[in-house]
Design a binder for this molecule. Structure first.
Ligand code: NDP
Length: 332
């Protein structure tokens, strides 16, 4: 695969210019480009520049509003709804998170439901933003049917990611962020593009047979949940929190109204923030550190989030697939 070196600022500027010239205003272009550039910085490549053609397609088809102005509504003292005004999720998250932080710091617990947005970024951006404010963050979103519930060969669940972040004093937070599918569809698409196989059990082909060919899964096949019936139950929970509770669309409903332009579908998001300082009390950090020490003392164990945080330390250029860079430049 041929690659083109781009600095983090060049990545940000390329994303922003492309979005601005395709219908985003400054606020929305900035929020999405920051998310894209931070994904490339951390090595979350399936949620970085790879997503720009999809973002652009959804602006061109007018599925997504490039001038969205999300607004916050307090449903109860602890429950906030951010109405995304049919824009991209990063803009709504930027509006909702400060109110969620304030609420969790005041009452110990806060819930943010985001509605009327289009989300296909990684979720660690939002949970880590909470952990940076010394809060525990939990987030999940449902996204377009591509995963078969255990026993089925047809999709009903989205790849339905869930992320959790634990704050640490003077250290980077511990964060996991994972699709409840055996693999995120973005990763399957990247594997197909780069000619790699995927592990057996990742998904089924169009005839309902297990396959290690990512193209057969991405084109007419179906993904499977991680961990069999247990992952299937967690994927169901994500649908219920991000759609049932948020009052937004289940994956199957989002598909029914989607115009298949390749951009992110409509959906909601559930985000919860908890204050360890108010709930566990003094000493919460030292107590958790004992646990992390135990974990890390086991040979072969690393904490989730460490790979990304190590990538983050590298301030040098990122090596981006050249065909992707050319494709994005052709959109300007
Ligand atoms: P991975 O399977 O690559 O990683 C899942 C988590 O496990 C990460 O937090 C990772 O940390 C951690 N991890 C991986 N290997 C180890 C290890 N050996 N020891 C400890 N921890 C480990 O992620 P997925 O492919 O499932 O998901 C990729 C992304 O796709 C996520 O960011 C998700 O939010 C996004 N997504 C977004 C969707 C949307 O609609 N918005 C839909 C589906 C997915 P680390 O990063 O440090 O490796």
């Amino acid at each position: 695969m041929s690659t083109t070196p781009l600095t983090l600022d060049e990545i940000y500027q390329l994303a922003k210019k492309t979005l601005l010239l395709n219908g985003c205003d400054e606020i929305n272009a900035e929020a999405v480009s920051k998310t894209v550039a931070n994904a490339e910085r951390d090595g979350s490549v399936s949620h970085g520049l790879f997503r720009i053609p999809g973002y652009v397609a959804s602006l061109k088809s007018k599925k997504v509003k490039g001038n969205a102005r999300p607004t916050n509504h307090f449903l109860t003292q602890n429950a906030i709804r951010t109405d995304g005004d049919y824009g991209f999720a990063p803009t709504a998250i930027q509006v909702g998170i400060p109110s969620l932080v304030e609420t969790a710091n005041k009452y110990g617990v806060g819930v943010l439901t985001i509605t009327n947005t289009h989300h296909f970024a990684a979720l660690w951006h939002e949970t880590e933003a909470l952990a940076e404010k010394n809060l525990i963050g939990i987030a999940c979103t449902a996204y377009m049917p591509s995963v078969a519930p255990t026993g089925a060969i047809k999709p009903l669940f989205g790849t339905n990611p869930i992320s959790f972040a634990w704050p640490r004093k003077n250290k980077t937070s511990v964060v996991y962020d994972m699709a409840t599918a055996s693999m995120a569809m973005g990763e399957v698409q990247v594997a197909a593009r780069d000619g790699h196989k995927v592990p057996l059990g990742t998904g089924l082909n169009k005839d309902g047979e297990k396959t290690d060919d990512p193209s057969a899964i991405a084109n007419g096949g179906v993904l499977l949940p991680f961990g069999g019936h247990k992952g299937s139950a967690i994927a169901m929970m994500v649908e219920l929190l991000a759609a049932g509770l948020a009052g937004d669309m289940f994956s199957f409903e989002a598909k029914a109204i989607d115009n298949a332009d390749g951009g992110p579908a409509r959906g909601g998001e559930f985000i919860m923030a908890l204050s360890p300082q108010l709930i566990a009390g003094e000493g919460w950090n030292e107590h958790a550190e004992l646990f992390f020490n135990q974990m890390e003392s086991l040979e072969g164990v690393r904490l989730p989030g460490q790979r990304r945080h190590n990538n983050r330390k590298d301030s040098g250029p990122r090596h981006i697939n050249t065909a992707l860079v050319e494709k994005i430049k052709s959109l300007i």
